[in-house]
Design a protein around this ligand. Sequence first.
Ligand code: NAP
Length: 287
Amino acid sequence: MSATTPDLYGLLGYPLGHTLSPAMHQAALAWAGLPGTYMAMPVPPERLEGAMAGVRAWRLPGMNVTVPHKTAVIPFLDGLTPQARALGAVNTLFWDGDRLLGDNTDYAGFLESLPPALPSDVTVTVLGAGGAARAVVAAMRDRGARAIHLAARNPDQAARLRAELLTGTPGTTLSPDDPALGALFARSDLLINATPVGMDCRSLPPGAEQLALLPATAWVYDLIYNPAETPLLATAHARGLRCQNGLDMLLCQAAAAFERWTGRKPPLSLLREAVGAPERTPPCSAS
Ligand code: NAP
């Protein structure tokens, strides 16, 4: 790193509220023996251009990007990794020589977070069709899913996702209130919630009322990590289904971003300890 480069890392997003990224990356910097500070940097959309000029002017070595800038940041970059290009979204900025590039580590983070016991040729139903859903369906597609069904309230968004990422993969796209969703649930090995519904500790994602129709051997994966147990996961637990929340994906995508910046991948146990899990992500019943 040149002497003129501040050892400053950070997260660009708006609003940022409470983010776990500074805790994870600060711990990773200490683990790697690198100087530096990782900061939450709230930047409203109208100041993104100025913020990106700052990233270049100071040649900031490692930045993350989150909502609402994941797509808006692309015109300010010199190129994208194949993953970021395919998903049309960036969550990590890194330097390749003098080129500032964008990567998407949600894809690799999700893939790495999947339980090793989950077979590859599963039938999956995904709730939602936003940014996280795009990373999830691309990962499940590449892992060899037999079929990927989408239940999303925005039909245009869902149709775009299928056309851009799932042309060679069988599956149905429908609205979460379509009665036919029950039949898809009955044939699914894995249900993934890629909507924010459940963060309030009260609501089930639309469509999830049909959870009882999932086979007894199914897995339920909620990308939400706070609370640690959403109403969806609580209901699935009560049915005896195998459950996973979004914490491992969060840790895995952070580890992949840190590796992009430094060439060193921090252990997940270190990042897990840094975010204080499970203390900071109590189950809904504890809140
Ligand atoms: P996003 O791009 O805003 O997409 C959200 C999706 O959920 C959209 O399809 C949206 O539909 C749908 N949705 C929102 N509210 C809904 C409601 N009340 N009923 C039905 N559908 C609704 O957000 P995202 O980045 O994909 O994130 C989705 C979730 O994944 C968030 O909870 C986020 O925290 C989580 N996530 C976790 C990780 C991790 O590392 N664990 C990583 C990324 C995201 P509309 O377009 O119609 O609003």
